[in-house]
Design a binder for this molecule. Structure first.
Ligand code: WTA
Length: 635
């Protein structure tokens, strides 16, 4: 029996038990049998959650791209590694074989080398979902540079913050991007960001939309001519197991975004192992994850996990609504997709369009359906199960985080019986715990609490770039000797987990994590605004939407409120990006505060949820009088 590939429920339980009883042995066997190493490890695991410090496969040497590319060349060199499906279906798809991937990545690595990029340097990648994005990521990994991919929907300010936080030397971008019927001027956004970034020496620009852009002499270089001239071999730089592979920023409840640092060996082993099991990938399958590589889902389950398994992975540049709402299903039919992985928000948006846009397509290739990013509601689950999976393709509701690097709790299809809205059981190696308010672990079933993980797993983030103390405070301080996820969960009578949502000030909108503080900071920059507070409220498609309570400096402010609302959303778009725009903005006389001056978001949340009958005792507030006024004017 191989631990690597679980095929039925009994096997899952057996493997799981082993993984908990002898975690080192469990991961050692997997690492030994399924990956190529330049040197094996001296030690499998050392860890101390109080520092916190975690090391996997210490002493081992490897390059992840040899595992994702080189080792496949002899066995499946002509197999398609990446299917690129462009925004405009008339453009036609590209099939990139493992051999071609190898050449493109090697050429790209030579370009990086020529531009002075060395092992350990940080490179910021701000690209649309085009093949160059995958090449750039893998070229960084091949040369040992730490990539920091920034989702190309973020604003110039958000981009600048991320470039500066990790001191990136280079930015890789494109002349623009296609998004449905629109184009976006990515290079313009980069130019604006770089006005505030002194450390960037060079910008590589891929040509995508053929727009007229300004190239800054000495700094900006067109990518294609450099690739054309580059040599198509590049010897992979040998990395230590614990060397950083990439940084990926995620929102916190307060302050700056957190640059989560992932390491080479552990991340590779875990993303590959979970890809194989959660999607039950078989050699001839075509797998498609609709995420953007700008998020962790794209890192682990478009690029690294699939390629480490020699899979064929689809990269889609466009949006689900272009040229019409049947696009996803048209792509499934066209490429005969076997595993399809998307977000609940996309499922809800597509369900709303009715079956007319689904029925014309042949979805019979589908074997496994996945969701990720936020809790999936029952209605969306059934719609997906009935109309897309035709009740024969199990849905894997996969719970995980940027910080965890890979899927943590999920059914294993054809083994674990699924249950709507439940992520079900922990994957091998994952030891969840539910904690109560006093810091005690809650045992038994039919309980709920705060979700923690009590033992390290290979792909956990090792630190926050430049701020280890924040890493400790955020994840390892709430509960002793536990990694705290920030999520609440319940465990049902058979031990299945259901994730109930964030328990901190992070709000998930359309699957994107948004911290309240940075958005409030952006609102407060408006000259007319005195203070603000935002909360989430349920939204049919986005899951949650943002409700902002804004107090103006001049309460009698005579300016048109609708104009102010537009200006506030414009500021948020500039500072963070359009994903953080507020759905509703209510102007208030004041915000409810405790005597110590803390805004009582609990009350604001209830008002936004229209649950005003049980606000609790408001008499202890500093300013109880504002509450009625807020209720009376609620939107
Ligand atoms: C939420 C995405 C319920 C959760 C991979 C988590 C989920 C946050 C699920 C991480 C799920 C993710 N069910 N909630 N299946 N998957 N979440 O960092 O709150 O973008 O903490 O990583 O999304 O979001 P992130």
């Amino acid at each position: 029996m191989s631990n690597y590939h679980i095929k039925h429920l009994e096997e899952y339980y057996q493997v799981y038990r082993q993984s908990v009883q002898k975690p080192e042995l469990f991961w050692e066997e997997i690492a030994e049998e399924h990956f190529v190493w330049r040197k094996k490890w001296d030690r499998i695991l050392s860890w101390d959650f109080s520092k916190p410090e975690v090391k996997w496969f210490e002493g081992a040497k490897l390059n992840i791209t040899e595992n994702c590319i080189d080792r496949h060349l002899h066995v499946r060199g002509d197999k398609t590694a990446i299917i690129f499906e462009p925004n405009n279906p008339d453009e036609g798809a590209q099939h990139i074989s493992y051999k071609e991937l190898h050449q493109n990545v090697c050429k790209f690595a030579n370009v990086l080398y020529d531009k002075g990029i060395k092992k350990g340097d940080r490179v910021c990648i701000y690209l649309p979902m085009i093949p160059e994005l995958a090449y750039a990521v893998l070229a960084c990994a091949r040369i040992g540079a730490v990539h920091s991919v920034v989702f190309a929907g973020f604003s110039s300010t958000a981009l600048a913050t991320r470039i500066n936080d990790c001191d990136a030397k280079m930015v890789i971008t494109s002349d623009g991007s296609f998004r449905g019927a629109k184009t976006i001027d990515l290079k313009g956004i980069v130019d604006e960001a770089l006005e505030d970034c002194n450390g960037v020496d060079s910008v590589l620009v891929a040509k995508r939309i053929h727009s007229d852009i300004v190239m800054k002499d000495g700094r900006d270089h067109w990518l294609q001519p450099l690739l054309d001239d580059a040599y198509n071999e590049f010897t992979a730089v040998i990395m230590d197991a614990e060397d950083p592979l990439f940084i990926l920023y995620t929102s916190g409840s307060t302050g700056k975004p957190k640059g989560m640092v992932h390491s080479c060996a552990g991340y590779m082993v875990y993303s590959a192992y979970t890809f194989k099991n959660v999607f039950q990938y078989k050699e001839e399958d075509v797998y498609w994850c609709t995420a953007d590589i700008g998020w962790i889902t794209g890192h682990s389950y478009i690029v690294y996990g699939p390629l480490a398994n020699g899979a064929t992975t689809v990269m889609f540049e466009g949006v689900p609504s272009y040229p019409d709402f049947g696009r996803f299903w048209q792509i499934v039919e066209k490429h005969k997709v076997n595993q399809f992985y998307t977000a609940p928000t996309a499922i809800r948006a597509l369900a709303k369009e009715g079956l007319e846009v689904v029925e014309p397509y042949d979805l019979s290739s589908l074997k496994v359906l996945g969701t990720v990013g936020e809790p999936i509601n029952e209605e969306a689950w059934h719609w997906y199960n009935d109309n897309i999976g035709k009740k024969k393709s199990p849905i894997v509701d996969t719970w995980w985080q940027t910080e965890t690097g890979g899927i943590m709790i999920s059914p294993i299809p054809f083994s674990t019986p699924t249950k709507p809205t439940y992520a079900t059981l922990p994957l091998p190696g994952i030891q969840p715990a539910l904690m109560d308010g006093e810091g005690n672990e809650i045992s038994g079933n039919q309980v709920s609490g705060r979700l923690c993980i009590k033992f390290p797993w290979p792909s956990m983030a090792r630190t926050i770039w430049g701020n280890h103390q924040r890493y400790k405070d955020t994840y390892f301080s709430a509960f002793k000797n536990m990694y705290f996820t920030g999520d609440g969960a319940l465990r049902d009578e058979v031990g299945y987990y259901r994730i109930t949502g964030r328990v901190d000030d992070v709000i998930i909108v359309s699957g994107h994590n948004l911290g309240t503080a940075p958005i409030e900071d952006a609102i407060n920059e408006h000259p007319a605004v005195a203070e603000s507070a935002i909360v989430g409220f349920p939204h049919d498609i986005k899951g949650n939407a943002l409700y902002g309570y804004v107090t103006l400096k001049d309460v009698g402010e005579s300016r048109n409120h609708d104009n102010l609302r537009k200006e506030i959303n414009q500021l948020i778009t500039e500072r963070i990006g359009p994903i953080a725009k507020l759905e509703k903005i209510q102007f208030t006389l004041g915000l409810p505060k405790t005597r110590s001056g803390k805004i009582m978001r609990r009350i604001l949340r209830k008002i936004a949820h229209n649950e005003v009958s049980n606000l609790g005792d408001t008499s202890t507030l500093l300013n109880p009088e504002v509450v009625q006024n807020i209720i009376d004017n609620a939107l």
